[in-house]
Design a protein around this ligand. Structure first.
Ligand code: 5AD
Ligand code: SF4
Length: 468
């Protein structure tokens, strides 16, 4: 099978690099180091995109700042997954009128998934004249060109044309964390879950070549990164578009075989594609964290069908059971949506019972949010908002009790953790399963794998002491 994925040509990328150099000289000629502020909404993929945005801006001569006030460039990287996040973006972009008034040279760019929705980007363009540039995720790699248009030609930049997507290899990256790194292995999604906007704004699934991913991971390990998370909207379908006979489990296994002391994680998975082979690979590689984020969305088969998820409750439970049989210590986390259009009380109870049956370590609970343009947004939705809120609160209460019990079970155990920072006076660390631990210790431990004994637990985190 031929590789179907479009790749941005090296010539095109070189051209962007030349424009970046031109912008850098433009600032140098003014005797100024400009500063940029990048604000990110939404998921880890967006965080990874923002790291590329920062990388590109650095090649354009920008330093980074952590506030919009006084910045020469503000980039707002938006999320479209729920309405609430979208509303916040409109409010915050609106407020930038004031920072721009105080600093008239300030340029404002808005990008990310919201800008992949034609009616939203049009609203941004028409109603927010202080915004200088708008681009969708497909047009991120052309950031130097957008900046050139705005800075040098004094025009607005507007790049939102739809596309199935391509891959741009070798973009510069500025990582915010020195220990943990995210590596995108694929982009886009082919699943079209009926509630989800992602496939419309991020295009079709396209995988990076294994050798490019391995080279990036090797480099990260050499730089001292200790915790690598490979990212994709649905990592389990990695490689299907490449035609190389390499699937996600193969890729994960080959990264785990790289030399060095590091932990390897992945997200996000889709239960319809999560294979036994993937669990087998996890079990046989000590460097792969025994942590699995496996969104189930609903515990009811009719709702799962309406969501276009292509698995049922039984198949989901089977996967959990298989994982636990191979790795009794495995940590499962998940996403769930309450109040999907037409969800009855009994169907909601199926979700509660699945949570009670599986006993996740942590759960991300969302109230259904209609996304214009998705099939679910057209379904009748008679359930009142108050009722959805009640279901949401009930799920939270059920899960919080489980999380606390699961955390309590750690008390007395000694675990290997990666010390990743500080919270006030205490050090913070993550267990192999991704649980947060706080404990007393010297700053010199930051960046090391050490053993801690768990002494106490709350719903959200563990308390520990250095193991003797
Ligand atoms: N409404 C509510 N939650 C949603 N998610 C995705 N789309 C929607 C929506 N329209 C949730 C899913 C997904 C997580 C990232 O966000 O649970 O797994
Ligand atoms: Fe959205 Fe479903 Fe794709 Fe996840 S798998 S991004 S929920 S369409």
């Amino acid at each position: 099978m031929e590789r179907k994925t479009a790749v941005i040509s090296p010539q095109e990328l070189r051209r962007q690099g030349e424009i970046a150099q031109y912008i850098k000289e433009f600032w140098q000629n003014q005797g100024k180091t400009p500063v940029a502020y990048v604000e990110t909404y939404g998921c880890q993929q967006n965080e990874a995109d923002s790291e590329q945005i920062r990388g590109i801006l650095e090649t354009c001569g920008y330093g980074l700042t952590d506030q919009a006030e006084g910045a020469d460039l503000v980039v707002i990287n938006t999320c479209a997954i729920r309405e609430h996040a979208a509303q916040r973006v409109f409010g915050n972009v609106g407020a930038l009128v004031h920072t721009k008034r105080r600093h008239p040279g300030q340029k404002i760019f808005v990008c990310g998934c919201m800008m992949g929705q034609p009616e939203i980007s049009a609203r941004m363009k028409n109603s927010y004249p202080h915004v200088d540039g708008i681009f969708s995720p497909h047009h991120l790699w052309q950031l130097p060109e957008h900046l050139y248009r705005v800075l040098i030609r004094h025009k607005k930049a507007y790049a939102v044309e739809d596309s199935t997507g391509a891959i741009a290899e070798g973009l510069p990256v500025v990582r915010t964390n020195k220990l943990k790194a995210w590596v995108s292995i694929m982009y886009g999604c082919n699943n079209f879950c009926s509630y989800c906007i992602v496939p419309y704004v991020r295009g079709r699934e396209r995988s990076r070549l294994p050798e490019d991913i391995l080279a990036e991971c090797r480099e990260l390990i050499a730089q001292g990164y200790k915790d690598i998370t490979v990212l994709g909207q649905n990592v389990n379908s990695y490689g299907k578009d490449l035609g190389l006979g390499i699937d996600f489990a193969d890729l994960l296994g080959s990264i785990a075989e790289l030399e060095g002391d590091f932990t390897l994680r992945f997200m996000t998975s889709h239960p319809k594609d999560a294979s036994r082979k993937l669990f087998d690979t996890m079990a046989s590689h000590p460097k792969i964290a025994k942590q699995f984020h496996l969104p189930f969305q609903s515990g009811n088969d009719r709702i799962l069908k309406e969501m276009n998820r292509h698995y049922d409750r039984a198949r989901y439970l089977e996967l959990i059971a298989y994982g636990r049989k191979l790795m009794p210590e495995i940590v499962f986390t998940s996403d769930v949506i309450v109040g999907f259009p037409g969800e009855t009380e009994a169907e909601f109870e199926d979700t509660v019972s699945l949570i009670e049956q599986v006993r996740f370590d942590a759960l991300f609970t969302f109230i259904y949010s209609p996304r214009p343009g998705t099939p679910a947004a057209k379904l009748p939705d008679p359930t009142p908002k108050e009722e959805k809120n009640r279901r949401f609160d009930r799920l939270l209460a059920v899960q919080n009790a489980i999380s606390e019990e699961k955390h309590r079970a750690y008390v007395g155990k000694t675990l290997r953790v990666l010390v990743d920072g500080k919270d006030g006076e205490l050090l913070t660390a993550r267990t192999d399963g991704g649980r947060l631990v706080r404990f007393e210790g010297g700053d010199a431990l930051i960046g090391q794998f050490i053993n801690v004994t768990i002494t106490d637990a709350t719903t959200w985190s563990l308390v520990g002491a250095l193991a003797s």
